[in-house]
Design a protein around this ligand. Structure first.
Ligand SMILES: Cc1cc2nc3c(=O)[nH]c(=O)nc-3n(C[C@H](O)[C@H](O)[C@H](O)COP(=O)(O)OP(=O)(O)OC[C@H]3O[C@@H](n4cnc5c(N)ncnc54)[C@H](O)[C@@H]3O)c2cc1C
Ligand code: FES
Length: 266
């Protein structure tokens, strides 16, 4: 795994692709850092301007894509940090610590199923691409869920014919299956051992996905989120309880994760 580095990168594009959802593209001369990064790893970033200490801390974002000399992040405006980022123009310099954490690992199953809910799609595109490069003959199913059609993000990036078997679910039925993305997962028939599920999305959705996988005896990896300060295992601010009996142990989302085997958590 590449050692994290503290670098400066320049924004080449920062475009609103859906209301409050932005696609940030950075030009980087440090492309080797990014091309070695594993899908599911993340970066801590903030605007470089030293007078800009509001917010003080960098914010974690997953690597969304690396291609054509650019690194991309897909992010939703939530609070102060992402609002300031969304207002940054091309040419603005960002301070970035990356790549961080442990990403997804490609299992030896025949079928791989990527499940993304809402912004959970962010790390899955790069992962799907890398998996297709490494295991071109394997089946890659992609299940994407959102509340409504208008909240589906980056779906077109997965729909290149022949690459992935993509299915959509919306809570209101405005696109694809009318219901939850977990309904689509539950409807898949695959023997234990033949299937691995990789999931990123809201906490309750990932828990439901983990439960289905346990019932069907499929392997499952989940990408957790937590509030982060350092992103490198030093501040212990991102601790989550580890599953187990006896004395409660904790895992750190930034350094032990963000991708975990589901059975480590639930
Ligand atoms: C490993 C990792 C990867 C991530 N990847 C992405 C990504 O690719 N795209 C994306 O849009 N977001 C991603 N996030 C979430 C993103 O980091 C937060 O949305 C961002 O830090 C919010 O910063 P802010 O200053 O805008 O909001 P703040 O002012 O810090 O927070 C605004 C509100 O959002 C809540 N909040 C902040 N961060 C989180 C979080 N991590 N989980 C739940 N609630 C939170 C706060 O409690 C507060 O209520 C990721 C988080 C982690 C830990
Ligand atoms: S964010 Fe500091 S230990 Fe994880």
């Amino acid at each position: 795994m590449p050692t994290p580095r503290d670098i400066t990168s320049i924004i080449v594009e920062n475009r609103e692709v859906n209301p409050k959802i932005f696609l940030l593209s950075l030009n980087t001369s440090d492309l080797d850092i990014w091309s070695e990064a594993e899908p599911g790893q993340f970066a801590m970033l903030k605007i470089a301007d030293m007078s800009c200490d509001d917010p003080l801390l960098r914010r974690p974002l997953s690597i969304h894509n690396v291609r054509d000399g650019k690194i991309q992040f897909l992010y939703k405006v939530l609070g102060r940090g992402t609002l300031l980022l969304s207002q940054a123009k091309p040419g603005t310099a960002l301070r970035i610590l990356a790549p961080l954490g442990n990403g997804f690992s490609i299992s030896n199953s025949k079928t791989h199923c990527l499940v993304g809910g809402g912004m959970g799609i962010a790390p899955l595109l790069y992962f799907a691409r890398k998996m297709k490069e490494q295991q071109p003959s394997n089946t890659i199913k992609v299940l994407l869920g959102a509340r409504t059609k208008n909240e589906l993000i980056a779906v077109q990036d997965f729909t290149e014919p022949g690459l992935y078997d993509v299915k959509i679910a919306t809570d209101d039925g405005s696109e694809g299956h009318h219901g939850l993305v977990t309904d689509l997962l539950d409807g898949i028939n695959a023997s234990p051992g033949d299937m691995t599920v990789y999931c990123c999305g809201p906490h309750p959705m990932m828990k439901a996905v983990s439960n289905i996988c346990r019932k069907k005896e499929w392997k499952c990896q989940i990408s957790l989120e937590a509030l982060m300060a350092c992103g490198m295992g030093a501040c212990l601010g991102c601790a989550v309880p580890k599953k187990g009996i006896g004395i409660q142990e904790y895992l750190h989302v930034c350094s032990d994760g963000p991708v975990f085997k589901a059975e480590e958590i639930w």
